[in-house]
Design a protein. Structure first.
Length: 345
């Protein structure tokens, strides 16, 4: 018998080629592993991007709430100026575009300028379905100076005559703020417009509600729902005719009473003791999917008011969350804060 040398047998084994079947199996396994790795990587990347988008939106909302709280806390009023919570239509008529339907506009004065100079501040909800822009907008008007005049700063009349009608703000409208405002005041996208007084405070805000509270911590009824006060579309007006209980409720159990206008009626000229601000946000990736963002519920609907005519914000939030889910939007986030006004006690 002929014996093959051991070294020669080893050489033949080492030089043996893979079969076609073995190559195909190897390629298939490698492809499968690569597909799994690609899928895992893409899933991780998508999760990171979604998380980053949510974080940016949530951080923007929290920051804006902090700014509102800081700016509204020192709000002031007197016979020459107002604190107003109004339907967004008030700003639409003054020149603002794309004010969200059924939303509110909050306007006040506060010592936020240099050396405590009074500034006009406000917030409202902007909605542009075409461009998928849903934003909390901020109005800020510093007092005019010789170097920078402003046609939009509310006129602070001081004639020295306490009986001058120009000193008397309206108990039923917000014209004191808006009488000189126009479309240019709200046009922040025109780089040549040096008179724009608005800016974007937070993106992705699709709903906003403001609840005014009295000294006893109770929700203040909407002025527009009063049956005794002169008719007004405003929700709250510091210049309206009303009385507020300071320690215990009135005999009828209420803590704020609107009054009819008579020669003896006095304007309240006071800010709320506090406000509750509630926002609902969605992140940019949800907006990028092109899903329809529902309108806010009509907050003056009796279904969303309590027995005294004050907003039931919990019911409004629940209704809007239901509308969002009906449109397959499940990751909306609700933020709320309470700001106490130092001059409201």
């Amino acid at each position: 018998m002929r014996t093959v040398p051991a070294s020669r047998g080893l050489w033949r084994h080492a030089g043996a080629a893979f079969t076609l079947v073995e190559l195909l199996v190897s390629v298939a396994l490698l492809t499968f592993i690569m597909l799994i790795l690609a899928s895992v990587t893409e899933s991780a990347s998508l999760a990171w991007r979604e998380g980053q988008s949510r974080t940016e939106t949530f951080q923007s909302a929290r920051t804006s709430l902090e700014i509102v709280t800081r700016e509204i806390t020192p709000a002031v009023v007197d016979t020459r100026m107002q604190f107003v919570l109004a339907p967004g239509d008030v700003l639409s008529r003054a020149g603002a575009k794309n004010v969200a339907s059924y939303s509110s506009a909050l306007l006040w004065m506060a010592p936020l300028g240099d050396e405590g100079a009074l500034c006009c501040v406000g917030y409202y909800l902007y909605r542009d379905d075409t461009r998928q822009f849903y934003r909390l907008k901020r109005v800020f008007i510093p007092p005019p100076t010789d170097a920078k005049p402003s046609p939009y700063f509310p006129q602070m009349v001081n004639t020295g005559n306490p009986r001058d009608p120009a000193l008397r703000t309206s108990p039923v409208n917000a014209d004191w703020f808006t009488r000189t405002w126009d479309a240019q005041a709200f046009d922040e996208e025109d780089p040549s417009n040096s008179h724009a007084v608005v800016s974007s405070a937070a993106d992705g805000v699709v709903a906003m509600w403001v609840q005014c509270l009295d000294v006893l911590g109770r929700p203040i009824p909407l002025l527009s729902k009063s049956t005794v006060h002169p008719p007004s579309e405003l929700f709250y007006n510091s210049a309206a005719y009303f009385q507020v209980a300071t320690s215990t409720p009135f005999e009828n159990g209420r803590s704020l009473l609107y009054l009819a206008q008579t020669p003896q009626s006095m304007k309240a000229n006071r800010v709320p003791a506090a406000i509750d601000l509630t926002l609902i946000t969605v992140d940019s990736r949800i907006l990028a999917r092109g899903l329809k963002i529902p309108e806010m519920p009509d907050q003056t609907d009796p279904r969303f008011l309590d027995a005294n005519g004050a907003l039931n914000v919990d019911a409004l939030v629940l209704e809007y969350q239901t509308r969002l889910r009906s449109n397959r939007i499940y990751n909306a986030r609700t933020f709320s804060t309470r700001a106490k006004l130092v001059n409201g006690s």
